[in-house]
Design a protein. Structure first.
Length: 364
């Protein structure tokens, strides 16, 4: 399959029929949306999630008798987050021409770095791994480099939606174990308020990351539905967690995570993929794949016209449009608070390609 490049990197642009948005205009609208979302996100992050991995937790009180299974999971969390510099640098380079996205990735990277430090502290203060072991383990991890799972920006944007949701789920389920709420016999009785607070705090960050990337995918889905739906299909067909090929003893870690009830294939289907689909107006994986197949069977018309309405039957476009409108209202409210609205306001512009029905069609 040909690479699906992000719209702002497309070199050849087809002639735009009268009354429709050009790719250049769509790119401008998406970029302005990302810029406004980044500004809002940064302010919100500083106001509500400004925690420190050393000072925000009572590390001395961490349970020194955590079972080996929990330590194995903490090691894995710690290992994956050690690749935060690779995650950040590769993604920043990929989207460096986008102010909103590249600057967000820098902030995202600083938050992921806190996660790495917090999980390292958890391993150290568990008393079951020495500082020397941790240093040697980090050296082993850093001897390998994480690479982007996809070569283009739109696929990586879609990937981060599913990855951040999966990561959030991992940490929420670790929180449940540390709160003594595990349903697994070998983990009953485990309790550690400090670890529970750590897992919950990081999970809140991951939820914020998920929502940022989700808003981005919605904007692409609104203005470039066919390319975005294809990217979603491609990502879920080969999804794996980051650094799965790099972390030592990954199979043992993943088996431990699965046996602990933290994360597994069923969790991905039910609590990651279906949640993301619901947030993107997609009924199911089957509906997604069938819709794309039908759309590809429809040829383009001559004269630069766009494809038939087959693509619009693949997902709930009205719900996506509503979400994109709400995002712009949030951005506009923030701009009014700061004063940007009087200088260079962010605007929402409808995508006129969308088939309108009922009163909407009459109004058109």
């Amino acid at each position: 399959m040909a690479d699906v490049m992000p719209p702002n990197m497309l070199q050849e642009r087809p002639r735009t029929p009268a009354g429709l948005l050009s790719n250049r205009e769509k790119d401008r609208l998406i970029e302005r949306g990302f810029l406004g979302l980044y500004r809002w996100y940064t302010a919100r992050s500083q106001e509500t999630r400004n925690w420190n991995p050393d000072r925000s937790f009572d590390w001395r009180s961490l349970n020194k008798n955590l079972p080996p299974e929990v330590i194995t999971v903490l090691e894995g969390f710690f290992a994956v987050e050690q690749y935060a510099p690779d995650f950040t640098s590769n993604l920043v380079h990929l989207v460096r021409r986008s102010h909103g996205r590249s600057h967000f990735q820098l902030r995202w990277g600083s938050e992921e770095e806190k996660h790495a430090d917090a999980w390292e502290n958890a391993v150290l203060f568990s008393g079951q791994r020495s500082p020397q072991w941790v240093e040697e383990y980090k050296d082993r991890l850093k001897s390998q480099t994480w690479e982007l799972p996809f070569p283009d920006a739109i696929h990586n944007l879609v990937y981060t939606v599913f990855q951040e949701r999966a990561t959030q789920l991992n940490y929420l389920n670790m929180m449940k174990i540390a709160q003594g709420r595990s349903e697994k016999p070998h983990l009953k009785g485990v309790s550690d308020p400090v670890l529970a607070k750590v897992a919950q705090t990081i999970a809140v960050d991951e939820a914020a990351h998920y929502n940022f990337f989700l808003e981005g995918v919605r904007m692409y889905l609104y203005y470039y539905p066919e390319q975005t739906l294809s990217a979603i299909k491609n990502v879920i067909s080969q999804f794996s967690m980051p650094a799965a090929q790099l972390v030592p003893n990954w199979e043992h870690f993943f088996e431990t995570v699965y046996r602990a009830g933290i994360y597994g294939p069923r969790d991905f289907q039910r609590d990651v993929m279906q949640v993301a689909f619901r947030n993107l107006g997609i009924e199911s994986r089957k509906a997604l794949e069938e819709g794309i197949r039908k759309t590809r069977e429809v040829p383009d018309f001559d004269g630069g016209n766009f494809k038939t309405t087959a693509i619009w039957d693949t997902f709930d476009y009205g719900a996506v449009e509503g979400d994109v409108r709400r995002l712009h209202v949030k951005i506009q409210d923030y701009e009014k608070e700061i004063g940007f609205d009087a200088i260079d306001p962010t605007e929402f512009i409808e995508n006129p390609e969308v088939p309108r029905t009922g009163s909407s069609a009459a109004d058109d």
